[in-house]
Write a protein that binds this ligand. Structure first.
Ligand code: NIG
Ligand code: FE
Length: 416
């Protein structure tokens, strides 16, 4: 039995089964007063009601009145750190008094404080936290989200976070795609010497990644390449080891300083290079010439009160594939809201609304390697969509700071 969604003001969606770059990011398909038919959890028809063929029309058994809503694809949040315990609101408050993120990290706060709290939490508690965040994400229109480990920083700690993602997936309204970020930072007990640091890199390569791959706990492997975190050579070694075990590489690159991370990500064929606030012109050219998605996280700049946003315009104009994500984490971006990210992308990074929508849907799906299944509203894809209390898609950014999401569907079922 098929479901007909009628009385829509508009559908706005990018089209395709792969990523869009350059001018193509602005080429949305926009349908006015259309209908959607969903069958077997997939889109079966998108367009004018009069054009539905007789067979499909005969299969329609249910009818949903959208009451003038606008439909857009479910958002794809392709970079999050949601499996964490504890919050860092007091560090946030210290930043408001003038301390920097790096100063707080150097004084024992930052990622280390979340590592302590996450190590103390049980797998069940973490799964509960992930689920609560996934439910918030869904209320803001996300239907697929990546979730990274990286607050365990030990064999048991990383496995516990990834098992918690697996457990939460059973009940989550959002489709969760797991990433092992054991190389998020050096654990507190390995900070004392260069030898101890080398030891942790060996643990990642020799123990954590093989265990993760063996238990099939992650699709991706990520590394935080940054001054004070992992060097380019360490990032390269970890990502190659992951790839040899079937874990697809992605990378936190050029976030706080330009280490040539984007160049490394492109040369390794990473699925994405993320952050890029400090990317060089050579890095932009390398991403533009590659299939590595430039994943931009403007909520992080905003929350760190930085003037510095990733050069979205240059990246798009150079022909790079650009996506947008929340970076949801307790230190640098405490939000689950993709509409907030799209508002920052347009108002601060000068992306157009059309580019932002493509970046928040199809291109994010491409970086998670699911663009053939989701990321746009078109026949054959999984029925993942958001209904907005808005006459058209421009309101997603124009009507800012409020939640326009009224309904969310994933795989043809209403989640919100
Ligand atoms: O994406 N860059 C590294 N990791 C996070 C921050 C994590 C934290 O502060 O807990 C980020 O910004
Ligand atoms: Fe991150």
């Amino acid at each position: 039995m098929a479901l007909l969604i009628r009385n829509l003001s508009q559908i706005a969606t990018p089209l395709g089964r792969g990523p869009l770059r350059g001018g193509a990011m602005r080429a949305l398909a926009v349908f006015d007063r259309p209908v959607i038919v969903i069958r077997d959890s997939r889109f079966a028809f998108v367009g004018r009601e009069a054009d539905i063929d007789a067979d499909l029309r005969a299969a329609i058994g249910d009818d949903f009145d959208a009451r003038g809503a606008t439909a857009v694809p479910g958002f794809i949040d392709s970079h999050t750190h949601i499996p964490f315990a504890g919050y860092r609101e007091t560090e946030f408050n210290r930043r408001l008094q003038g301390e920097t993120y790096e100063q707080i990290a150097a004084s024992g706060g930052g990622i280390a404080s979340s590592v302590h709290a996450t190590r103390r939490a049980s797998q069940e508690e973490l799964a509960g936290n992930i689920l609560a965040r996934a439910r918030t994400m869904a209320r803001y229109g996300t239907t697929t989200a990546e979730a990274k480990s990286g607050y365990g920083l030990s064999v048991e700690g990383e496995l516990k976070q990834l098992r918690a993602i697996r457990d939460a997936s059973q009940l989550s309204p959002v489709r969760l795609i797991p990433t092992c970020l054991a190389a998020h930072d050096f654990p507190p007990e390995s900070r004392s010497s260069a030898a101890a640091r080398r030891g942790y890199v060996s643990t990642i390569i020799g123990e954590i990644l093989p265990a993760v791959s063996e238990e099939k706990l992650a699709v991706f492997c990520d590394v935080f390449v940054e001054r004070g975190a992992f060097s380019n050579a360490e990032g390269d070694a970890v990502l190659r080891a992951g790839a040899a075990l079937g874990l697809v590489p992605r990378m936190h690159a050029d976030e706080l300083s330009d280490t040539g991370g984007a160049l490394l990500a492109a040369s390794l064929g990473c699925a994405s290079a993320d952050h890029l606030m400090q990317i060089s012109d050579a890095g932009i050219a390398a991403l533009a010439a590659s299939d590595t998605v430039a994943n931009l996280l403007p909520a992080t700049s905003f929350f760190l009160m930085s003037e510095r946003y990733a050069p979205a315009r240059q990246l798009i104009d150079a022909g790079a594939i650009v996506s947008l994500s929340t970076d949801c984490n307790p230190g640098t971006s405490m939000t689950e809201s993709m509409p907030m990210v799209m508002q920052l992308a347009t108002l601060q990074m000068k992306m157009t609304v059309e580019e932002s929508l493509t970046a928040a849907t199809l291109n994010g799906a491409a970086s998670l390697q699911v663009a053939h299944e989701t990321g746009s509203i078109e026949s054959g894809k999984r029925a993942d969509l958001v209904l907005l209390d808005a006459p058209n898609y421009l309101h997603l950014v124009y009507h800012f700071g409020v939640n326009l999401v009224v309904k969310v569907m994933r795989d043809g079922a209403w989640m919100v």
